[in-house]
Design a protein. Sequence first.
Length: 157
Amino acid sequence: MTAMVEINSQSPEDTIEIGRLIASMLEPGDVVGLVGPLGAGKTQLTKGIALGLGVEDKRLVNSPTFVLVNEYTGRTRIHHIDAYRLAGDTEFDALGVDEMTQDGVVIVEWADRVAGAMQGATFRVEIRATSDSERMIRVSADGAKGAGRLAKLGVAE
């Protein structure tokens, strides 16, 4: 069972608010895969998720392009991974994602670059630019666990 909802973002600020909304359905152990081209808003969305999970300042959240993993602490630990420079699933697995899910939420930018390792992701978020400032954000979940929680966003199947 795949459930999906699409949300239109009119601005970077909207994208942050959509991230907060997504955070409302997350639980420790969840993996969120973000997919979209450079500049789509993956890090903006992550800022909103972090704020929604209790990180106090969005300026603390930035793309982990060169360090690969950033960690933030709110009501739960957030592990923010950038898979862009990884050679594939093996390098991704070597980061210790299984251990990360034991104590928090894992958010993976460029999840499509490690698609094999993302098969068990709780949620997949695709971001597509519809204009310079507008984005279409599609959140999907496979399986009952994620699909049931997607209803918090107003699910359309």
